[in-house]
Design a binder for this molecule. Sequence first.
Ligand SMILES: O=C(O)c1cccc(C(=O)CC[C@H]2O[C@@H](n3cnc4c(=O)[nH]cnc43)[C@H](O)[C@@H]2O)c1
Length: 223
Amino acid sequence: MKTLIVAATLPEISPLMASMALNEGVNNYREHVVYVLITGVGMVATAYALGYHLGNFKYDLAINLGIAGSFDRSIALGEVVHVTRDHFAELGAEDGDGFLTIDELGFGASAVSHQLSAVSSQLSAGSREPDIRTVTGITVNRVHGNVHSIEATVSRLAPHTESMEGAAFFYACNSAAVPAMQLRSISNYVERRNREAWNIGLAIKNLNIFAEKFITDLLKAGS
Ligand SMILES: O=C(O)c1cccc(C(=O)CC[C@H]2O[C@@H](n3cnc4c(=O)[nH]cnc43)[C@H](O)[C@@H]2O)c1
């Protein structure tokens, strides 16, 4: 099986890489190929890196791993969630106090979803779907840190989580017909910017523990 692991920054997945003995780039893991792609932060960096890479290589599955903010206070800091649907939340046009999405402008779709149906038929359904909370995310260039803009986004899209890459990851993988899933661990709540309240260490620790078990189980099932 050929698996692509995608993260914005190296520190977000270096514990996983150490425990599975993976390097950036191509790796042989047992009888599988695992490629680790570090894209840089944000949609532009992610879209470029994935567009370039997926133009040359084909995968059975791409997995986006990273930390995220949560709008939903019932999700604990450090909880790992499965983002199955994501939105380009800022893509569109202002219309006075309102907002017209890219869909309403007639230029495309602002929502993108995970695609797992085409994952190798060798894998059972149970081993493909992680047994964790399923959430809807938004992806932004400008991270929310203002109570008024947070209220407006929540009433328009009701997202659970926010990242700076997720929708671009889905868009690139869907465009290249590569099955894709996004797993994120919550490092902070989306609120008036309050960096002291973030727990990036806990989020990275839990993300990597979860990802190692999930990916090694997946590759066992896919042997
Ligand atoms: O200092 C800040 O205000 C700040 C804002 C956003 C992200 C950072 C980072 O250092 C991490 C970049 C990384 O983390 C993801 N992330 C984590 N929390 C959020 C969030 O609340 N909203 C959007 N993205 C978030 C993001 O995907 C980046 O890759 C610092």
